[in-house]
Design a protein around this ligand. Structure first.
Ligand code: ADP
Length: 305
């Protein structure tokens, strides 16, 4: 299965061992999913669609993406631009983030509609998140939403994780409207209940399931932290319980890795509940490690391989 993930990867400066020492890494929601998927699945060919600049940091990012076993041929290089950057600060174990993403080339990823169409043409599953939409200008958003619709009409599967980040949008209303527009352009919706409850007022995970189902997604999977995952797939409803963990270290990329396992399950043609069980197993490992890209044991994930 050929998978195209579309979005922004950022440079990350994470605290090192000495004060004022930082370690350079790379992360970003759709990229994290692509990275886990490429690692997990021999049946998925993963490609990343984004835009970077022509500086040394951009070159390093593309190298790291390629090192993850991800195809970089659809990454556009925009002269004079760079990539977004964030720095993690630690204060008594509490993490806070500073961002520099205004000049990020990824904000222009949908400017060249023909590049987007060409990349989508060679994919069977297209993956977009609410963050991907949030960083674009109005024209870029319209181009991407149109491309999602066209992909669906062409018989491709379109997956969407709303990943609600209100500070990236002009207003909460702009965010919720655009998210539901995207929901109407996807086959597979992968929302997280906590965020959805906050911004859409869903009273429970069933309400989230219903809303995305009504919008038109044939498969809806509602993640809910340590609570059961609810799903609807081709008209069948179910839930999968999450094994409790006592050692949650950092929930960064829990949902992103979960999505990767769902896509690996599609590539392996697993039943949906088996894919969700495997997704919980993977995300359970990811929350026990620091950062977005956690070295994982593939021992209990053999069904996804
Ligand atoms: P997101 O990262 O998108 O907010 P969630 O926090 O809902 O998503 O988590 C996604 C998945 O990660 C959950 O369905 C579950 O499998 C796993 N997970 C997250 N938090 C925990 C936890 N505290 N204990 C066990 N598993 C967890």
């Amino acid at each position: 299965m050929r998978v195209l993930a579309i979005g922004e990867c950022m440079a990350e400066m994470a605290p090192g061992t000495q004060p004022d020492e930082f370690r350079l890494g790379f992360a970003g929601d759709t990229f994290n999913t692509a990275w886990y998927l490429a690692m997990l699945s021999s049946k998925a060919e993963v490609s990343y669609f984004t835009a970077v600049g022509d500086d040394a940091l951009s070159t390093r990012m593309v190298q790291v993406i390629a090192d993850g076993g991800i195809d970089t041929r659809h990454i556009q290089m925009l002269p004079g631009k760079s990539v977004g950057l964030y720095m993690i600060s630690l204060d008594n174990g509490e993490r806070s983030f500073s961002y520099w993403r205004g000049q990020s080339a990824a904000r222009l990823l949908a400017r060249d509609a023909s590049a987007l169409d060409a990349a989508i043409a060679s994919a069977e599953l297209v993956y977009v998140s609410g963050i991907t939409l949030a960083i674009l200008d109005a024209q870029g958003r319209a181009t991407l939403l149109g491309a999602m619709q066209n992909a669906r009409r062409a018989g491709k599967r379109v997956a969407f994780d709303p990943n609600l980040r209100v500070h990236l949008w002009d207003s909460p209303a702009q965010m919720t409207e655009t998210i539901m527009h995207a929901a109407a352009c996807c086959d597979i919706a992968l929302p997280s209940f906590e965020d959805e409850a906050r911004w859409f007022g869903d009273s429970d995970a069933e309400a989230t399931l219903e809303r995305y189902s009504k919008a038109g997604a044939g498969t809806v999977i509602v993640k809910n932290g340590s609570d059961p995952v609810l799903y609807r797939d081709a008209g069948t409803d179910g839930s999968v319980s999450v094994r409790p963990l006592t050692s949650v270290v950092d929930t960064t990329a829990a949902g992103d890795s979960f999505n990767a396992a769902i896509f690996a399950g599609l590539a392996a043609e697993l039943p949906i509940n088996t894919s969700i069980e495997q997704a919980c197993s993977l995300a359970g490992q990811v929350v026990q490690g620091k950062g977005a890209l956690v070295p994982i044991s593939l021992e209990f994930l053999d069904q996804l391989a």
